[in-house]
Design a protein around this ligand. Structure first.
Ligand code: KDG
Ligand code: MG
Length: 421
């Protein structure tokens, strides 16, 4: 069997997705992968089209590990989010082909089911604790047992994870528009959107978050699992303080306290608190994860399968984590495509040390373009028992929604200096 064609399709059914479709010389046999990197979609698409696709034509798609090694080490220039996202797109499509060829779902190729479904969490935000409480209750009514809670910081113009105007450009769905036929329409210097700027300060944030969780525990009770995402904004000592102050509220985990560069600083947080810690959506390979796992400085590793080279890399990370009693919580936001969400769940239900899975409900227009995303039922995610990953691409529908330039927000402190977003 040989790879005959690699199609790279950038489509915007509400937000931009980069889809990799790998075709083979077996009639009708192809794989669908996701190579979406929020705000840098065309860089990944260019790498795939101009440099990676020519290397794949004529290769045996069954040799996933060899192709992975060739693209990672063989290229000499390795790692980095653009490269690792491109690699993930190829990897996910190749696993899809392998499953379809074998007539088996990918979870079966990974060792078979270890559980019936993947415990899922959703997001609840709000302008104040009452609004967050309402949204946590709505999530619980919808069947969620785990909810991530974020609240606006008083006095700040916008806060990550809360929703509203600031997030419209990045985290929530814009309404899809039909511009022209064709799948890529990057317009340079077109006066399009610039990154929205959010204001952020650590002190009010550190005051409001423990109050939020005190409120939630006293109103929604002890049973629902609560999570919180710091989004890499704190210093080690601030993170240690927050983790300690949140202890009475028994979080499922506190996510991404520190910038990904400062792995050794997790020791300081650990010395001061028993709040479970999760980290990893900005990591790029298993080597980034190693020190946190082997020193047991975190409890959950939450890399993004779509940004670390796909299923091939993630299953190795899971296996390393298993040795150190670290569980998985793969990144699952709206800005990665349905094929990565499906890859998440196939891995979740096959590995022994799965913890929890972040998820989104895709709008109907995404299902039209990329049908087959995992299905949520009573707190758990499931994938269809079909060969491969179960996600397809409707190329005609994708062509109706061409690329639209969009950026993630940026954050600055009140004095104007950059802070992590
Ligand atoms: O593109 C950035 C998002 O994927 C990220 O902000 C989402 O932190 C995130 C999460 O935990 O879902
Ligand atoms: Mg996060």
């Amino acid at each position: 069997m040989k790879i005959t064609e690699v199609r790279v399709i950038v489509t915007c059914p509400g937000r931009n997705y980069v889809v990799v479709k790998i075709l083979t010389d077996e009639p009708g046999l192809y794989g669908v992968g996701d190579a979406t990197l929020n705000g840098r979609e065309l860089a990944v698409a260019g790498l795939l089209r101009d440099h990676i696709a020519p290397l794949l034509i004529g290769r045996d798609p069954d040799q996933i590990e060899d192709i992975w090694q060739m693209l990672f080490r063989g290229a000499y220039w390795r790692s980095g989010p653009v490269q690792m996202t491109a690699l993930a797109g190829v990897d996910i499509a190749l696993w899809d082909i392998k499953g379809k060829r074998a007539g088996l779902p990918v979870y079966s190729l990974l060792g078979g089911k270890t559980r019936d479904g993947a415990l899922a969490y959703t997001h609840a935000g709000g302008r104040d604790a009452i609004e967050v409480e309402d949204n946590v209750r709505k999530a619980m009514e919808r069947g969620f047992r785990c909810v991530r809670a974020q609240v606006a910081v008083p006095g700040m113009e916008g806060t990550y994870g809360v929703g509203g105007a600031k997030e419209a450009a990045s985290a929530t769905w814009a309404s899809p528009i039909r511009l022209s036929r064709g799948t890529v329409s990057a317009v340079w210097g077109d006066g399009g959107p610039m990154p929205p700027i959010e204001r952020w300060e650590p002190s009010p944030y550190l005051r409001v978050v423990p109050k939020l969780f005190a409120h939630l525990r006293s109103t929604v009770g002890e049973e629902v699992e609560l999570l919180h995402d710091v989004h890499e904004r704190l210093t080690p000592i601030q993170a240690a303080r927050l983790a300690r102050e949140l202890e009475p509220f028994h979080l499922f985990f506190l996510e991404d306290c520190l910038r990904p560069e400062h792995k050794e600083s997790f020791r300081l947080i650990r010395q001061h608190s028993v709040t479970p810690l999760a980290m990893g959506e900005l990591f790029q390979s298993r080597w980034d994860c190693l020190p946190l796992i082997t020193e047991q400085l975190i409890d959950y590793i939450r890399c993004d399968l779509g940004h670390i080279g796909g299923i091939t890399e993630a299953r190795k990370i899971a296996a390393i984590a298993e040795c150190y009693h670290v569980q998985t919580a793969w990144h699952g936001p709206g800005d990665i495509g349905p094929a990565t969400h499906a890859a998440n769940v196939h891995l979740d239900i096959a590995i022994p040390n799965f913890g929890v899975q972040e998820m989104v409900f895709f709008p109907e227009v995404v299902h039209e373009v990329l049908p087959g995303a995992p299905n949520f039922e009573e707190g758990y995610l499931h994938v269809a028992d079909v060969p491969g990953l179960g996600v397809d691409l409707n190329e005609e529908a994708a062509a109706k929604y061409p690329y639209r330039r969009a950026y993630l927000p940026m954050a600055r402190r009140l004095d104007g200096s950059v802070i992590d977003w």
